[in-house]
Design a protein around this ligand. Structure first.
Ligand SMILES: *[C@@H]1O[C@H](CO)[C@@H](O)[C@H](O)[C@H]1NC(C)=O
Ligand SMILES: *[C@@H]1O[C@H](CO)[C@@H](O)[C@H](O)[C@H]1NC(C)=O
Length: 104
């Protein structure tokens, strides 16, 4: 799921403003949230990523937005790739449909 979310960013110009470490941290957070594993960005994540939750929020929200529109439009290659068992059918997971800000 986190690889899927990161791949979705590769074709989005506006994601160039985020450093790779932040794209990764936000992908892990968003993936856990999407899979219903965890909604928190606790002290352990903060320590190892060196980002606080407020720092990754914007990046995470954009990933959710890209996930929501991944199957539509002109660039659906990433969705098609992750809509296969080889990649865990990650694209079939429902994107989260609310703004993360509501949870903090
Ligand atoms: C943070 O969450 C992870 C995964 O749920 C857990 O392994 C870790 O112990 C937690 N850390 C703290 C400080 O609660
Ligand atoms: C994802 O794959 C399934 C099974 O191959 C297919 O039925 C479905 O239409 C695909 N979804 C999209 C959005 O392409």
């Amino acid at each position: 799921m986190s690889f899927f979310l990161i791949d979705l960013c590769l074709v989005e110009y506006e994601m160039l403003r985020f450093p790779p470490s932040m794209l990764t941290a936000a992908a892990i957070f968003t993936a856990q949230f999407t899979l219903g594993m965890s909604r928190e960005w606790n002290a352990t994540y903060e320590k190892h990523s060196r980002y606080g939750k407020n720092q990754i929020l914007k990046c995470s929200e954009l990933k959710i937005f890209f996930h929501q529109k991944a199957a539509f439009g002109k660039l659906t290659g990433v969705h098609r790739k992750y809509n296969t068992s080889k990649y865990g059918n990650a694209a079939r997971c429902e994107p989260i449909y609310f703004l993360l800000e509501a949870w903090f």
